[in-house]
Design a protein around this ligand. Sequence first.
Ligand code: ADP
Ligand code: MG
Length: 471
Amino acid sequence: MENNDYKLIWDEVLNQIKAGEQGGAVWFDGLKFREATETTVIIEVPSGFYMDQVKKRYLAKFESKIEELTGKKLAVNLIVHEKAAETDPKNPKISGTDEPDFKPGTSTAEKAAVSDKKPKKNPHFQLKSNYLFENYVVGENNAFAHGAAQAVARNPGTAYNPLLIYGGVGLGKTHLMQAIGNYVHEHSDNKVIYISAEDFTNEFIASLREDKSRTKVASFKNKYRHADFLLIDDIHFLQKKDGTQEELFYTFNALFNSNKQMVFTCDRPISELKDFHERLGSRMTHGLSADLLPPKYETRCAILKKKSETLNVSIPDDVINLVSKNISTNVRDLEGALHTLSAYAELLGKPITLEIARERLKDVFASPRQSNLSIEIIQRVVAEHHHLSINDLKSIKKTKSLVYPRQLAMYIIREITEYTTTEIGQAFGGRDHTTVMYSCDKIGERMKADPGVDSTIQSLIRDIKEYNAKS
Ligand code: ADP
Ligand code: MG
């Protein structure tokens, strides 16, 4: 067969698969047929990140559809568009990433096309100027979210719309979201609106108040429905806020239909929100969801190094290691420790030594949150032991295969840490402290009835400590 025939077949493959997809298979926009041989079809994708997504979602479907149409078993080979694979020296902002100089045919995307010839713009009034991609330290805990955020900043309104970033407090959601905003503001004329869900709610309510002529509501709607980039932070705040959820639903539809990019952050998976409209939740997860986990030891060191350079304080490596070892909760706590040390050093005009760091931070290190193993590590070890994900443990599902590991994890946290039952409940999808108490009682009962349970618990605790020492 000629290349051209394969091209036709490929188009047909996409058409047929698309027809069976809900939501129109947005990932197909970035695929480009390059050539085919007797054994292989070669398809270009705009980035490594894109490639992973397409592989995961569609590769098997492509291959079986080709076989169905041609009767031949051909492998589909995805390669990154050559131009995209090179780092772009003209673009120091995100140099070294695999994101492409790729512009899908939407107007928003074209407007966002990178141009460094323009004079530097005034900073965006809603965004922190230091929340940039280049100040964001990437580790395995956040690499996926970081890649997704860069892809959205460069190719808005396409395959990753909306982008949802979720994760616990202090893990960098706002930083990443604003980095998108700053990048787009700097590199395009797109209108970027950043707002916390709380301010969005307040503004909406204020617009309804004493507004007989409805002009305030109209101008509220108008403002948000004319954004090119709408970034809404902390949407968990919208739980129970029926009216605002409804308004956001309409805003979402208006923006989505005109290919405008949206980004949301949330402190937990959408499925775990309570009193949140199903239809809004399903739209928010319709694009791409990326989670942020607490950074591991090496990443914590890298973050401290980077931050100390930015603050222009010199912190010896042994102090950086000490702080990273003792603070494992989140980046905000790491930053807090660094500020304590740098303020002290500045005040005394002395360099920071290991002794000073130990002395200054002893309360922070000794606080139950730090001296303890983190809840996350315990959840992770218990989940892995049962071949589950952490999200399974946190989820609201009450399947038998989930309930026992969940109760076990709660019990172990209660045994070996000082977290309160309220904090533990919080870490399991916002459950009530009475649920945690009930779970611990249940495990206690099981231990009495079955001595095997105790030895399982002891072996899990050993694993947890080992894991913690390595992380
Ligand atoms: P969240 O919104 O998830 O609560 P933030 O985005 O406010 O967290 O992050 C808390 C602080 O930690 C901010 O000062 C942010 O700059 C910093 N931070 C978080 N993640 C990183 C990272 N990967 N690299 C550098 N700084 C980070
Ligand atoms: Mg935040």
